[in-house]
Design a protein around this ligand. Structure first.
Ligand SMILES: C[S@@+](CC[C@H](N)C(=O)[O-])C[C@H]1O[C@@H](n2cnc3c(N)ncnc32)[C@H](O)[C@@H]1O
Length: 256
């Protein structure tokens, strides 16, 4: 799946899914809340962005801007970018409702419409990174818009999950697919044969390698544990699986 094919599928897919996504997960995310993934690890706890007070912070794959709104309430200047027009409409809706505004733009991670060295911190919370085919191009774009020293923190589905069916129940505990199979996960509309969703898989080694090749130094890789008393099911994430294996990988990468 090429970059163009991935984008052509995922933009409309997020437009279609956005209302349901916000209705289902909006309360958990919080209008101005920052969680890194379904385990509910907050940025207040993780401190994966480093200092944000007075800094310009870009979120790629910002959705309805919940995380960036939190950044702004903490003294940072949060900005959003997302591929989906409908997600950005939700972002505007919450801006109006809360009075905390996140200037946001429609665009793609592989062609950021910003000047060189215009942000102090860039992040993605399950945003675009696993949806792009050309990860090297996306990381080069992040490096271009970051000032030095700069930080890029991003969460993705933990690569080890690739080997299991995306099922929150017992079926999701039996490995069935090779970890090294990098062919994208693709959904196709059976009526039109059109590709409607694309997600790309890289091994942990692939992630480290492409970060290093772009000049980043990895300072941490956080694998949030499933918290006591947390019973929420989100897609393939559940207490059953979360107590056994990691579901989220949160990378912290530095540029000097
Ligand atoms: C799982 S949502 C996460 C959104 C938000 N961070 C949250 O926690 O709700 C993924 C977001 O990435 C966006 N996205 C997918 N591919 C993208 C791309 N190539 N460039 C920018 N955004 C993209 C989608 O439109 C969607 O809003």
């Amino acid at each position: 799946m090429s970059e163009e094919e991935s984008r052509a599928a995922n933009g409309p897919d997020w437009d279609r899914y956005s209302d349901e996504y916000q209705a289902t997960h909006g309360d958990f995310l919080g209008d101005a809340g920052f969680v890194w993934g379904p385990e509910g690890l907050t940025e207040e706890t993780a401190r994966a962005l480093g200092p944000i007070d007075g800094r310009r912070v870009l979120e790629i794959g910002s959705g309805a801007g919940q995380c960036s709104r939190w950044v702004t309430t903490q003294g940072g200047r949060g900005f959003g970018l997302d591929l989906s027009h409908r997600q950005l409409q939700h972002s505007r809706r919450i801006d109006e409702a809360t009075g905390v505004r996140v200037p946001s733009v429609r665009g793609t991670a592989t062609a950021l419409p910003f000047a060189d060295a215009s942000f102090d911190v860039v992040f993605c919370a399950f945003g675009a990174m696993q949806f792009v085919a050309e990860l090297d191009v996306a990381l080069a774009e992040v490096a271009r818009v970051l000032r030095r020293p700069g930080r890029f923190s991003f969460s993705i589905t933990h690569p080890s999950r690739w080997v299991f069916p995306d099922d929150p129940g017992p079926a999701g505990l039996t490995a069935s697919q090779p970890y090294w199979d990098r062919r994208a996960y693709v959904e196709v509309d059976p009526d039109t044969d059109q590709v409607t969703y694309v997600e790309h898989h890289r091994t942990l080694g692939d992630w480290v390698r492409v970060l290093a090749e772009t000049g980043f130094v990895l300072s941490d890789l956080i694998e949030p544990e499933w918290p006591e008393g947390h019973d929420r099911v989100w897609g393939g994430w559940s207490r059953l699986r979360g107590q056994i294996m990691p579901g989220t990988a949160l990378f912290i990468a530095e540029l000097s």
